[in-house]
Design a protein around this ligand. Sequence first.
Ligand code: HAM
Length: 411
Amino acid sequence: MERYGYEEYDAPILELSEIYKAKSGDELVSQQTYSFEDRGGRDVTIRPEMTPTVARMVAAKRQELSYPLRWYSIPNLWRYERPQKGRLREHWQLNVDLFGVQTIDGEIELITIASDIMREFGAEENMFTIRINSRKLTSIIMADYLGLDAMQAHLMIKLMDRKSKIPKEAFEAEARQIFDASEADSGFKKLVALSEAKSMAELPEKLLASSPIKQVQLLFTHLKEAGIKNAVFDVSLMRGFDYYTDIVFEVFDNDPQNNRSLFGGGRYDGLVGLFGAEAVPTIGFGMGDVTIADFLQTHELLPEIHSETDVYLVVIGDVLRQAQGVAKLMRQEGVNVAVELLSKKPEKQIKTAVKKNIPFALFVGEQELNSERFSLKDLATQGEEALSLERVIARVLDRRNRGVKSRSDLE
Ligand code: HAM
């Protein structure tokens, strides 16, 4: 995010429950929040998402902030969902939000970032698809094409958002109920026809001429120019939250083993204004750690875990104080050192270092201290060398600077 000029912000994990009511959507608030009354009698909620919080923060300082305002954060969020693959009750979510940009340039930046993050994780373009829709188009479809009033449209959007999670028959029954009884047959037929449209060109002509469609077309043209070829239009993409106002997008895994949404977001121009400030056009997305980990696992892209510790200091005999002195000198030069404290046998100490994926072990005993030459063992290659402390430090830092973190990097 910093490569794109985004600044990190932080926020409290507890908010007044009211900031989610009417702003996030009924399902999240009534069924998925951890809410309670605090000692002051206030109704509070552990944040289930970051968007209302960040909108509240920007609204409070709207005039002091400079735009375009680029903010990111990686909060932990709590939702009372049924734990299952891709869904846990606590997850961490990268939130990326751009405030103050009304034009399509906002969407282009955010979707490009989403794509770049995936590529940075090692994903090829054919491994994932970016699905794009427009809430404005959805509104036109609901009102003009399906003939639904605002209440019915709201229910239909929620139902379509759950479509992939419920049986086909249940979807049909619920959809029919939303239409006025006399319209149920024809309405449902139209709905099916619509969801079968695989591209913008297959949409009914009346919709093709609408201005939201023009906006979507413009976005696709720019994304192509930006080299993003795996974005597709998906008329059935809804995104659950009520606050989205225009373009919405979601990144999907293409692998049949994990064919699911990975993360998503969209434009929400009205939310900051709901907190009493003048409206600020905003677009953002949230990317969860659980779904991205599943994606990386499915595509064998999970990075090997490496240790931030460079050296495990193996203490031989009764020289812990002197060993701490050696560690101090190394730390002053920027080396990360862990010192063994449990007087274990040297073999056991090395085992600990290997288990923790620490690249080097440095042996410190009477003999090493007297001769001022220390044996440095590379735990990946098993190579061992006796060096002055200065050389030890140079060797360790050199390896770190070359970005060698794991055995596979060496191979
Ligand atoms: P969301 O679609 O609810 O959007 O969540 C975004 C992503 O967070 C999901 O696609 C998924 O990766 C992850 N996620 C959500 N719930 C869970 C869960 N229970 N367990 C694991 N991962 C989960 C939002 O939250 C919006 N506030 C995002 C946004 C930011 N829109 C604009 N700015």
